[in-house]
Design a protein around this ligand. Structure first.
Ligand code: ASP
Length: 343
C-alpha cells in the first residue's frame, strides 16, 4: 500500500525536469527607425545579462522564485529599464515604483505599490509575501515595512535618470501640465543632451517581468515597474495587482504583463491567460494570443505578455511594434528580440 502510494507520487512529479525562463523589458512603440544601433545593442546585452543570471540560478537547482527575483533585481539596477533605477517619472516629478511576485506552487503572492526609497521593489514584494500576513502594501506603509524588513533603502534621487526626466518634461509640456522642479539630489542638468538621450521612442517603456520554471516543476512570475510616465494622483497600474499584471499557478501557467496597465486591470490579463489554459485547455501561445490580439485589441489596449507552463511551454504575445524580450530553456538556444518581426 505504502509503496503504491509512493510510486503514484513519483509518477506525478518526476525528480528532474528541464528549467526554462522568459523575460520582458517592456512593450510599446519601439521601432528600428527610432532606435540607435548603440541603444539596440545595449538593450540586447542587458536582456542577455538578466536572463543568464536567472538561468544560472535554475541551472544550480535554484527555485523559480529565486530566478525571477535575481533577474528582476538586475534589470531594476539597469537604467535602461523602467523599473528601479531608470523608472519613469510621475507628473509631480517623483519615481513611484510598483512590483509583484507570485509562487505558482503555493499561490502565495506579495506586491507593493508607489514605493519611493526601496532599491529593489521586487525583493520588497517577496518580503511582503514571506514575512507579512498581507499580499499588497502601498505607499508610506510599504516604505515602513521595507525599513522594518531590513531591505536596502536609497534616496529617491537614486532612481533619477536624465533621459526619463527630459522625457517627462516633454510630455508635460505637450499636455500643458505644470513642470515640477528638478528633483532634489539629481545631478545638475547637462549643458547638451547626452548620448543616452538617443532612442527617444523607447523612453516611456521598459517595465520588466520574468517567468520561470525550475527543475522541481514549479513556476513563478514577477513584474517590476515605475508605471506609466506622468501618472497622477497615486495611480497604481496592473503590475502589482495579482491577476492583472502578474500571476502564477502550477495548475496552469505563470504570466507577467507590460503595457498600458488600465486595460490589463480591466481584463485581468494574467489570470485570464492562465484560466484559458486551465479551463479551456488552450496551449500557452494560443491563450496568450487570444487575450492580447482579441480581448486587449477589442478595448484598443496596447502591450504584451510573457508566459511559461509547468510542462515547459514558453510564450510571448504583444500587439505593439516592439517588446524587449528573451527566452531560454535548458539545453536550448537563447532568443533575444525587440521588434515584432523577429521570431
Ligand atoms: N503596465 C505598466 C503600468 O501600467 C506599464 C508598462 O508595462 O509599460 O504600470
Amino acid at each position: 500500500m505504502v509503496l503504491a502510494a509512493v510510486s503514484a507520487v513519483t509518477a506525478q512529479r518526476p525528480a528532474r525536469r528541464h528549467w526554462a525562463i522568459v523575460l520582458h523589458g517592456g512593450a510599446g512603440v519601439i521601432e528600428r527607425a527610432s532606435m540607435s544601433p548603440q541603444m539596440e545593442t545595449a538593450y540586447r546585452a542587458a536582456l542577455t545579462r538578466a536572463i543568464e543570471a536567472g538561468a544560472q540560478v535554475l541551472d544550480a537547482n535554484g527555485s523559480s522564485m529565486d530566478a525571477v527575483e535575481t533577474s528582476i533585481r538586475i534589470m531594476e539596477d539597469d537604467p535602461l529599464f523602467n523599473a528601479g533605477r531608470g523608472a519613469v517619472f510621475a507628473a509631480d516629478g517623483t519615481n513611484e515604483l510598483d512590483a509583484a511576485i507570485m509562487d505558482g506552487a503555493t499561490l502565495k503572492a506579495g506586491a507593493v505599490a508607489d514605493v519611493t526609497r526601496t532599491r529593489h521593489p521586487i525583493s520588497l514584494a517577496r518580503a511582503v509575501m514571506e514575512r507579512s500576513p498581507h499580499v499588497l502594501l502601498a505607499a508610506a506603509g510599504a516604505g515602513a515595512f521595507s525599513v522594518y524588513a531590513g531591505l536596502e533603502q536609497v534616496p529617491p534621487s537614486f532612481f533619477f535618470t536624465e533621459r526619463r526626466w527630459q522625457s517627462l518634461i516633454q510630455r508635460l509640456q505637450k499636455e500643458g501640465l505644470p513642470i515640477p522642479p528638478r528633483p532634489a539630489g539629481a545631478p545638475p542638468e547637462p549643458a547638451a543632451p547626452a548620448a543616452e538621450l538617443e532612442g527617444h521612442a523607447a523612453h516611456e517603456y521598459g517595465t520588466v517581468g520574468v517567468v520561470a520554471l525550475d527543475r522541481r516543476g514549479d513556476i513563478a512570475a514577477g513584474t517590476s515597474t515605475g508605471g506609466t510616465e506622468a501618472k497622477r494622483w497615486g495611480r497604481v497600474g496592473d503590475s502589482p495587482l495579482i491577476g492583472a499584471g502578474t500571476y502564477a499557478s502550477n495548475q496552469s501557467c505563470a504570466v507577467s504583463a507590460t503595457g498600458t496597465g488600465e486595460y490589463f486591470i480591466r481584463l485581468t490579463v494574467a489570470r485570464t491567460v492562465c484560466a484559458l489554459v486551465e479551463y479551456k485547455g488552450l496551449d500557452l501561445q494560443q491563450a496568450a494570443g487570444q487575450v492580447i490580439h482579441k480581448e486587449l485589441a477589442a478595448l484598443a489596449g496596447d502591450g504584451g505578455v510573457i508566459a511559461i507552463a509547468p510542462d515547459g511551454q514558453m510564450a510571448w504575445s504583444f500587439n505593439t511594434p516592439g517588446m524587449f524580450r528573451a527566452r531560454l530553456a535548458e539545453g536550448g538556444k537563447l532568443e533575444v528580440g525587440i521588434y515584432h518581426d523577429e521570431p
